[in-house]
Design a binder for this molecule. Structure first.
Ligand code: ATP
Ligand code: MG
Ligand code: FE
Length: 332
């Protein structure tokens, strides 16, 4: 059984071939255009997807040695994401499904980030908790089966990746700033500075407060010394990263205790963060956790995870009609 999977929810155009539940490849075209605007520009993302999607799909099929007649289903990211970006992948997928007369599978992008854990070994066992941390989402999800999952807690405002990127921008770093904070933090003192943060009740998060706290702190220091940021960049990066990671992990610990689950996974672009990975490993011993972190390629947006999810959806008969349309705010 051969599935062609397409991802186009944000600023990565990606295609993957999945054969009998095995991800054969993962072709990704990253859009560089957004960096000079300090964030993803939706209109430009749609255009870039339109340019990339043909060649990306062609390459995925060629490197997996698959022809049109080999395909058994077409999967695409139906949401959540940018409308104009989702439309490109969706329209492409529908055209192929129509032409080849094969089923169409609409995949939920955030569920796919979680099922990225089943692309390679080691795989978590059910039930497990997944902390999904990306540019648009921050969620603690309880996963009872491939297609049976529920959100236990989530951000009420900004996503943690957004907080990384906005704090980076305040320090004059280019977009996306998350990876740069990670890099600079390695040489900084994470306990040098503290900022005001907002603690939400239960398992929910708020990241807009810490961003404002960070901004106010910088503004106050810059009044005293205009070069403050330049002189303290590494310590600032380490300190803001420490804050964000501690906020993420304290709720994850709470959730694991509450749910009595010892399989703990992270997913999404921010799970590439080396500080988060290290602290999660450190927490695993005292908590008795088995920790799962996907390879970097499968942390950020990729079609491999879409193919993986589509595999389980197809087994469950979960397909969509040709009238299916993108859902920018698709329900979990
Ligand atoms: P969503 O999946 O919610 O729709 P998205 O697809 O834009 O959002 P991803 O591509 O999964 O999100 O992740 C991108 C985010 O991950 C960006 O905010 C980026 O700064 C952040 N990120 C990537 N690498 C790192 C890192 N090493 N440290 C911190 N943040 C990082
Ligand atoms: Mg992205
Ligand atoms: Fe994503």
């Amino acid at each position: 059984n051969v599935i062609l999977a397409i991802e186009s929810s944000c600023d990565e155009t990606s295609a993957s071939i999945c054969v009998d539940g095995k991800v054969m490849n993962n072709v990704i075209a990253t859009q560089e255009i957004h960096s000079k605007y300090g964030g993803v520009v939706p209109e430009l993302a749609s255009r870039a997807h339109q340019q990339a999607i043909g060649p990306v799909v062609k390459e995925a099929m060629a490197t997996a040695n698959v022809t049109m007649s080999d395909l058994d289903a077409i999967a695409f990211t139906q949401g959540p994401g940018l409308l104009g970006a989702l439309l490109v992948g969706g329209a492409f997928a529908k055209s192929m499904a129509l032409a080849l007369n094969i089923p169409l599978i609409g995949v939920h992008h955030m569920k796919a980030h979680i099922l990225a854990h089943f692309i390679e070994e080691p795989k978590p066992k059910f039930p497990f908790l997944c902390l999904t941390v990306s540019g648009g989402h921050t969620q603690i999800v309880r996963v009872d089966d491939y297609l049976d999952m529920a959100i236990l807690g989530q951000t009420t405002d900004d996503a943690v990746g957004e907080a990384f990127d906005k704090c980076a921008k305040l320090m004059g770093l280019p977009y996306p700033g998350g990876p740069l904070i990670d890099k600079l933090a390695k040489e900084g003192n994470e306990n040098k500075f503290t900022f005001n943060e907002t603690l939400m009740p239960g398992l929910d998060y708020s990241f807009s407060g810490i961003k404002t706290g960070f901004m106010n702190f910088l503004n106050k220091e810059k009044m005293k010394d205009p070069d403050f940021v330049e002189k303290n960049k590494k310590d600032l990066c380490a300190s803001i990263q420490r804050h964000l990671i501690d906020m993420l992990l304290s709720k994850l610990e709470l959730a694991a205790r509450q749910e009595r689950v010892n399989q703990v996974a992270i997913a999404g672009g921010v799970s590439a963060n080396s500080g988060l990975r290290t602290k999660l490993e450190q927490l695993s011993k005292p908590n008795g956790w088995e920790v799962f972190i996907p390879r970097f390629e499968y942390c950020t947006d990729n079609a491999g995870m879409i193919g993986m999810t589509a595999h389980y959806q197809q087994l469950a008969g979960d397909t969509v009609p040709l009238t299916a349309s993108p859902m920018p705010r698709m329900k979990f």
